[in-house]
Design a protein around this ligand. Structure first.
Ligand code: D41
Length: 688
C-alpha cells in the first residue's frame, strides 16, 4: 500500500541533499510506520530494535526542535501522556451491540435454522467464522485516515474516551495505509494481551513487589483503563478488528470476509484464524478445530463467533433487543471458575516433592468437575495468600492440571485458616525437609521408605512416553505397591498371572493383557529407558540427547561431569543429578535387573569426545555500543565459542563487554567486581 508521504520520503531519504526538517520528519514517520507494521501486525520484523530506536529518537528530537511538525499520527505519540483526571464520555454514533451466546451443538443448529427460516429460499448459508477474543470491545474512529478517537464499548451507547491509551498500542495504526481513506470509519474490535506478554508482565509486577493480574483479560482491562497512559505504554496490548460502525465516503464491502480483507489492506490488524464455512456442519467443524488448538493459541479465547457472511443477508435478519440475529457466539467451557477451599492437603510426588493441594467444593471448569487443584509449593500459597475457607478462582486450561489462581478478598470469612506445611510425610512418616534456597519441600524417606514415591516412580516408568506399558494404571500400581507385590520397576517383570488375577477388578483376561503389555515393553529404545529411570531433571528431551550422545547405557553410566556437560542443553545441575544417580549402587542394580529380565534396545556408537570450546561455561553481558561490532554479531561470536550471553549482570557473570555509553550494567559489574572488557579484550578472548 502506498503511503501518502512516500514521495517526500524518497526525496528526503539517505543520500538526498540537506532534507528539510519537514521532509525528514515525514520520511522518518513513514519508515517507522512501515517497520512497526511489519513487526506488530505481520510478525515479520524488518530491522533490529536498536535501529528502530535510533530512528524513533531522531524523530522525537526533530519534533521537539520544530513543534510545528507535531502530528497526531506520528509514532512518537505512542509513548503516553500526562495522567488524566478521569475519562471523558463518548457517545457511539452507531451503538455497539452485544452478541447472543450459545453453548451446545443444538444451540448452533437452532441458530442456523432461524437464519434459514428468515432468509427463505436458501438451503445452506455461508458464515464467516472467527475467534472470540477474551478482551475488551473497543471502537476506533478514523477521520480521513487518521485515528482521532478510541472509546470503550461501555454500555453500548456510551463508552469512555481512551484515545491516549490506545495510541500506545503498537499494532494499531495511527493512519490508515491508503491514498483515499473514507471520511469516517469506525473500526470495532477487541483489545487484549497475549499470554506470553501477560506472563512477562506478572513476572515484572512480582519483582517490583506489585500486585499480579489474575488473567490476561484483567491485565488488558487494567492497562487500558489507566488514567496514566505512560503505564499503558509499557503494557504490550494487542488489537484485532472484527466489526464496523459508521462508514462515510466509501462503499461498504459486500461481506464480512470482504470487510476484514479490506481492513488488512488498510493496515488494521485482523486475526488470520478465520474462515468462511457453509451451513451448520461447517460451523461445528470450525468450533471443533479451534477447540483442539485453543490451548496452543498465543492469546485467550472464550469461544468462536459466527456471522452470516453476506451483509445484505445480515440487514435482512436485523436485531432482537440489543443483539443482531445474524451473529452468535459459541462459547467454550469456561477455563476459570470460583469455588470454596474446604481444606489444604499435600501430595507426595515421585521425587518426594511435597505439593500443597487445595481440596475444593466440586466445580465444573474446563469441561470437567474439579475437586483438587495444585498450589505448587509453600511460597506460592503464601504469595497468593490462599487460606482454608477462602473462595478462590480455579483454572483448568487444556490438559494442564487445575490450579488455584487467586483468592477473592471480599469473600474471606473471619475464621479462614492458614496452611501449615507438615513436618513429616503423610505417607511414610519420614521428616519433610526443605533445603535452603529451594522452593520445594521433600519427603526424606526416598524410594525405599516412601510408598508414595514408589508409586509415583512406577507410574512414571510405565507411562506412555517411557516404557509404555498399556493397561497398567493408577489403581493397579496402587494395589501392587500396597500389597507389597512390587517395590522396584524390575519387580514388574517378575509378576505372574496368578498374582495379577487376584487383584481387585482383574480377571484372567485383563491380567494376561497386562503381562502381554509388559512383555512388549521390553523391546524399547535407549532414550525411553533413560527417561523411564526417572532421574531428577532428566525429561524426555534430555533423555533423547543423552541417548544420542552416549549410544550405550554403559557409556552413560561411566560418564564424568565434564563429559556430561558436553551434551547439548545439559548444564551443571543436570550433569550433577545424572552423575549422582549412577553413583548409587541401588540404581546400578536396578538397571542390571531390568536387563536381566530382558529389557533391551538397539545400541549405537557414542559420539566422539569433542574438545571443549574455549568459552565454555562463561557468561557474558553486552552493554553500550562497541566500536566495530554490532551487538548481535558479538553475541553470535561468543555463542559460537561456547559462551552464553545474558541480559543482566549478576554474581554469575564472567565478563561484561562494555562499549560507548554503557550505563547501569557497567556500574553493576564494577560493584560486583566482574571483569570488564572492551571490544579488543573480547576479540583477544575469542582468539585464545
Ligand atoms: O472476539 C470477540 N470478542 C468478538 C466480539 C467478535 N469476534 N465479534 C463480535 N461481533 C459483534 C457483533 C456481531 C455485534 C458485531 C463481538 C461483539 N459483537 C461484541 N463484543 C462485545 C460485545 C459485543
Amino acid at each position: 500500500m502506498v503511503q501518502p508521504d512516500l514521495f517526500t520520503a524518497q526525496q528526503a531519504g539517505p543520500g538526498a541533499a540537506a532534507p528539510t526538517p519537514a521532509g525528514r520528519a515525514a520520511w522518518l514517520r513513514a519508515e517507522l510506520n512501515r517497520h512497526g507494521h511489519a513487526y506488530y501486525v505481520l510478525d515479520q520484523p524488518t530491522i533490529p530494535d536498536a535501529e528502530y530506536d535510533l530512528l524513533f529518537r531522531e524523530l522525537q528530537e526533530l519534533e521537539q526542535a520544530h513543534p510545528e511538525l507535531a502530528s497526531p499520527d506520528s509514532p512518537t505519540r505512542r509513548v503516553g501522556a500526562a495522567p488524566l483526571a478521569q475519562f471523558a464520555q463518548v457517545t457511539h454514533t452507531v451503538p455497539m451491540l452485544s452478541i447472543n451466546n450459545g453453548f451446545s451443538d443444538d444451540d448452533v443448529l437452532a441458530f442456523d435454522r432461524r437464519v434459514r427460516e428468515t432468509l427463505k429460499e436458501i438451503d445452506e448459508v455461508d458464515y464467516a467464522a472467527e475467534l472470540k477474543f477474551d478482551g475488551l470491545a473497543i471502537n476506533l474512529r478514523y477521520e480521513n485516515g487518521v485515528l482521532v478517537r478510541a472509546a470503550t464499548r461501555g454500555d453500548g451507547a456510551t463508552g469512555e474516551d481512551v484515545t491516549v491509551n490506545i495510541r500506545t498500542v503498537r499494532s494499531i495504526c495511527l493512519r490508515l495505509q491508503t491514498d483515499n481513506p473514507p471520511q469516517v470509519l469506525d473500526v470495532r474490535g477487541e483489545v487484549m494481551m497475549y499470554k506470553a506478554d501477560f506472563a512477562r508482565l506478572n513476572a515484572r509486577q512480582r519483582e517490583a513487589g506489585q500486585r499480579e493480574f489474575v488473567n490476561p483479560r484483567n491485565a488488558a482491562a487494567g492497562s487500558l483503563r489507566q488514567l496514566d497512559s505512560r503505564i499503558t505504554a509499557q503494557r504490550s496490548l494487542r488489537f484485532f478488528a472484527y466489526g464496523i460502525g459508521s462508514l462515510e465516503g466509501a462503499e461498504m464491502p459486500a461481506s464480512h470476509a470482504a470487510l476484514l480483507d479490506w481492513y488488512v489492506s488498510l493496515g488494521v490488524p485482523v486475526c488470520a484464524e478465520r474462515a468462511v464455512v457453509r451451513g451448520a456442519q461447517g460451523l461445528l467443524a470450525f468450533y471443533r478445530d479451534i477447540g483442539q488448538r485453543r490451548a496452543a493459541l498465543p492469546w485467550d479465547i472464550d469461544g468462536v463467533v459466527y456471522k452470516v457472511n453476506d451483509l445484505a443477508q445480515q440487514q435482512k435478519l436485523g436485531f432482537v433487543s440489543r443483539a443482531p440475529r445474524f451473529a452468535m457466539a459459541h462459547k467454550f467451557p469456561a477455563e476459570e471458575a470460583t469455588t470454596l477451599v474446604q481444606d489444604i492437603g499435600v501430595q507426595v510426588g515421585r521425587t518426594g516433592a511435597i505439593t500443597p493441594v487445595a481440596r475444593l467444593a466440586p466445580v465444573f471448569v474446563g469441561g470437567v468437575t474439579v475437586t483438587n487443584a495444585t498450589l505448587h509449593n509453600e511460597d506460592e500459597v503464601r504469595r497468593k495468600d490462599i487460606r482454608i475457607g477462602d473462595t478462590v478462582i480455579v483454572r483448568r486450561a487444556g490438559d494442564v492440571i487445575p490450579e488455584v489462581v487467586a483468592h477473592v478478598p471480599e469473600r474471606r470469612p473471619a475464621d479462614a485458616r492458614q496452611f501449615v506445611m507438615p513436618s513429616s510425610c503423610p505417607v511414610c512418616g519420614s521428616p519433610i525437609v526443605r533445603p535452603e534456597e529451594e522452593a520445594i519441600a521433600r519427603c526424606s524417606g526416598g524410594w525405599m521408605k516412601c510408598a508414595a514415591q514408589r508409586k509415583g516412580g512406577l507410574l512414571h516408568f510405565v507411562s506412555r512416553r517411557a516404557m509404555d506399558v498399556e493397561g497398567l494404571g493408577d489403581q493397579l500400581v496402587e494395589q501392587l505397591v500396597d500389597k507389597n507385590l512390587i517395590a522396584t520397576p524390575a519387580d514388574l517383570y517378575k509378576l505372574g498371572l496368578v498374582a495379577l488375577a487376584e487383584l481387585d477388578r482383574m480377571a484372567d483376561k485383563s491380567a494376561q493383557n497386562v503381562l502381554d503389555a509388559l512383555e512388549k515393553s521390553k523391546s524399547t529404545t535407549l532414550a525411553r529407558f533413560i527417561y523411564a529411570l526417572g532421574i531428577r531433571h532428566v525429561g524426555e528431551s534430555t533423555a533423547k540427547e543423552l541417548a544420542r550422545h552416549f549410544g550405550r547405557i554403559d557409556e552413560l553410566m561411566q560418564a564424568s561431569d565434564e563429559r556430561l556437560l558436553q551434551v547439548a542443553d545439559i548444564g551443571p545441575v543436570v550433569a550433577r543429578s545424572v552423575r549422582s544417580f549412577f553413583d548409587d549402587p541401588l540404581n546400578i542394580e536396578l538397571i542390571e535387573q531390568l536387563r536381566a529380565a530382558g529389557v533391551h534396545w538397539p545400541d549405537a556408537e557414542p559420539m566422539a569426545m569433542a574438545a571443549p570450546k574455549p568459552l565454555h561455561g562463561k557468561i557474558f553481558v553486552l552493554t553500550g555500543t562497541l566500536p566495530t561490532m554490532a551487538r548481535d554479531q558479538a553475541a553470535a561470536l561468543i555463542e559460537a565459542a561456547g559462551g552464553k550471553v545474558s541480559g543482566s549482570v549478576s554474581k554469575k557473570t564472567s565478563y561484561v563487554v562494555a562499549g560507548e555509553e554503557a550505563g547501569s550494567k557497567l556500574a553493576k559489574a564494577q560493584e560486583l567486581g566482574v571483569t570488564v572488557l572492551d571490544e579488543d579484550g573480547l576479540k583477544q578472548l575469542l582468539r585464545e
